[in-house]
Ligand binder design. Structure first.
Ligand code: PLP
Length: 375
């Protein structure tokens, strides 16, 4: 059994992908080919954003967003501690300071009260509160409304890290439209993945979109050899764009399948173990299906039982960022980050992808229930 079965998806659309790749090879426009802007148009339409700017990966997308917002020395950028390292990684490189915020124990997403404390703390350290980066962890949109209210009150800016959540819904809106700039990743294992590295940014602001377009291509101006600002080399390959066009065609259908898989897990497992919580008005895209064991020991036992039956499970994430060596010296919510620490000890994720069969899923469920009942 696969944790994420990319081969099943590939066999569904292999002929279409082959044709798309052949088209790129025939034309030979490997960089900035027409597929890139075609994909950007389709991605923007899908989520309802006015502009999409593709780039080389989800980490660059975060960096480009921060550069576009003018973030640098003296700026505090508030990020959850319970996330993938890239969310915080890009901040120090620009001379700014990541400030770690705790997450909610039910949604695993940024905790608003912790954000408030972290802002006061950052100011006391002489930093200027500048940007909040909520993460749509495991596919569930963050609680954007109260975060946005804080961001507006403090005259800050909002970047949504939707590397795991692009296409999810928060009330009437899709991720991609919920922040000043939303970033995503097309790393192969993400819900919308390409066959290499890729990423994109979304915004409704035409000036930001133009700026991001310049920044991703060496700070280009309107004339090719008059670069007007310091930028990066962060384009999405034409080949990856061509592949993503075909994957996007089936994405809505895949998200429905992911939701069915999640629903089925939750219905059957809820009497036995704490299953993921999806608040009213939210739709997750289920980048991960993550359970919470009662203790670190129980988690180890359950994962061993799964492993003994050839069922993969993975811990996302075993260490919150603020406890990792590279990040331990950056500021945190002064009340501590107890939920991030606790989750890291108890969470584990099950096989989750749109092509998981009932048969395989039932094996996972039975194995877990059996292991839980002998405890
Ligand atoms: C994967 C991921 C990224 C980085 O994306 P890459 O394309 O791998 O650079 C950023 N943030 C989160 C939350 C992610 O899961």
């Amino acid at each position: 059994m696969q944790f994420i079965d990319l081969a099943a998806q590939q066999s569904r659309i292999r002929d279409k992908i082959d044709a798309r790749i052949a088209g790129v090879l025939d034309r030979g426009t490997y960089i900035s080919g027409p597929e890139v802007s075609e994909l950007e148009t389709r991605l923007a339409e899908f989520c309802g954003a006015l502009h999409c700017v593709s780039c080389a990966n989800g980490t660059d997308a975060l960096e480009l967003a921060l550069i576009a917002l003018g973030i640098g020395e003296g700026d505090a950028v508030f990020v959850p501690s319970f996330t993938f390292a890239a969310t915080a990684e890009v901040v120090p490189g620009l001379g700014a300071t990541p400030v770690f915020v705790d997450v909610d124990s039910n949604t695993f997403n940024m905790d608003v009260a912790s954000l408030e404390r972290a802002i006061v703390h950052a100011r006391s350290l002489g930093l200027r509160p500048a940007v909040v980066i909520p993460v749509d962890l495991f596919g569930l949109p963050a609680d954007y409304a109260p975060i946005k209210a804080i961001v507006e009150r403090e005259n800050m800016r909002l970047i949504g890290d939707s590397a795991q959540g692009w296409g999810g819904r928060y009330h009437n809106q899709m991720t991609g439209t919920l922040a000043d700039i939303t970033t995503t990743s097309f790393f192969p294992a993400k819900p919308l993945g390409c066959y290499g590295d890729g990423g994109a940014l979304f915004t409704n602001d035409p000036e930001k979109a133009a700026l991001l377009d310049s920044l991703r291509i060496h700070g280009k101006g309107s004339e090719k050899y008059d670069n007007v600002r310091i930028g990066m080399n962060s384009r999405l390959d034409t080949l990856q764009a061509a592949i993503l066009i075909e994957k996007l065609e089936i994405y809505a259908d895949e998200l429905e399948s992911r939701n069915k898989v999640a629903q089925r897990y939750s219905t059957k497992l809820a009497p036995f173990i704490e299953v993921p919580f999806v608040p009213e008005g939210y739709v997750s895209i289920w980048a991960q299906y993550t359970l919470k064991a009662r203790s670190q020991d129980e988690r180890a036992r359950l994962m061993t039982s799964l492993q003994n039956q050839g069922i993969p499970s993975v811990i996302y994430y075993p260490r919150p960022l603020h406890t990792q060596s590279a990040y331990a010296d950056f500021p945190c919510d002064p009340s501590g980050l107890p939920v991030s620490v606790d989750l890291a000890q108890r969470v584990f994720s099950l096989p989750m992808h749109p092509y998981l069969t009932h048969e395989d899923q039932d094996r996972v469920i039975k194995c877990l229930i059996d292991a839980l009942q002998i405890s």
